[in-house]
Design a protein around this ligand. Structure first.
Ligand SMILES: Nc1nc2[nH]cc(C(=O)O)c2c(=O)[nH]1
Ligand code: SF4
Ligand SMILES: [Mg+2]
Length: 240
């Protein structure tokens, strides 16, 4: 079966799931009451991807995983379930910039969320409208263990744009202590700040074990440590 095409039409978003309330599980806002929109589609293919249902036709029936939602549909959902923090994730949300701009501007106008965060891989530059409409980009540049070639995962101009936006935090997914040297190289080369280290893992025992290994080495580098709160609480459940 041919995979569905993600198009950037202005009035609709191609969505995998919308869910909440739950807690933001990752990064600086961990523990905040939050609603999520998971957009469909990703141009990358990390070996350990935890959301292959957004883009991988070898593992999922993509036609069954995608929903076309109009911006009005999403606004009505938010109006009926007041959001403090709205998190837009994926997949790669920045593949649908125009519709996202319209959504975020309408959310601002109607005051349907206090804060909006976008989770992104740091390989697609955000538009100026998106930069002004979001509270923060949680950017996760991928390391070598993602299995991607360096030129696929590290886009210097995009990293510089995001760093220059003043709205990016850098959340690196790490498997082992040695990965921190690779993070250090990227941080130094592109001037990335602030740095959050998050363990890779989709079950609570892996997340906890890796956090314990990473804690002291992360402190020694004066970086921040993120858990994956939703994984500790609910393992790999969908819609959490
Ligand atoms: N609770 C919760 N927090 C999250 N933070 C980032 C997520 C993601 O999938 O990008 C995520 C997620 O899937 N669930
Ligand atoms: S960038 Fe994110 S959604 Fe895309 S393959 Fe990597 S982990 Fe999965
Ligand atoms: Mg996730």
């Amino acid at each position: 079966m041919k995979p569905p095409v993600v198009s950037d039409v202005d009035r609709d978003l191609v969505v995998n799931e919308a869910f909440g309330p739950t807690f933001q599980g990752e990064g600086p806002s961990t523990g905040r009451y939050a609603h999520f929109i998971r957009l469909f589609g990703c141009h990358l293919s990390c070996t350990w991807c935890d959301t292959p249902q957004t883009h991988d036709p070898a593992r999922h029936d993509l036609a069954a995983e995608q929903r076309i939602l109009s911006i009005e549909d999403i606004l009505s959902w938010l109006a009926s379930t007041p959001a403090d923090l709205l998190v837009i994730t994926g997949g790669e949300p920045l593949l649908q910039p125009r519709a996202l701009e319209r959504l975020l501007c309408a959310i601002r106008e109607r005051e349907l969320a206090t804060d909006v965060e976008i989770e992104t891989s740091g390989t697609i530059a955000p538009t100026d409208v998106l930069i002004s409409a979001v509270t923060r980009f949680n950017v996760s540049p991928k390391l070598a263990h993602s299995g991607l070639r360096r030129r696929q995962r590290i886009r210097p101009a995009v990293l510089r744009d995001l760093a220059g936006s003043g709205k990016a935090v850098w959340k690196f997914v790490v498997q082992q202590v040695d990965d921190l040297d690779e993070v250090q190289e990227l941080v130094g080369t592109y001037g990335l700040h602030p740095v959050w280290i998050m363990p890779e893992g989709t079950d609570s025992s892996t997340v906890l074990a890796r956090m314990r290994l990473l804690a002291d080495p992360v402190l020694a580098r004066r970086w921040h440590l993120s858990t994956r709160l939703h994984t500790l609480l609910w393992e790999n459940s969908r819609g959490r």
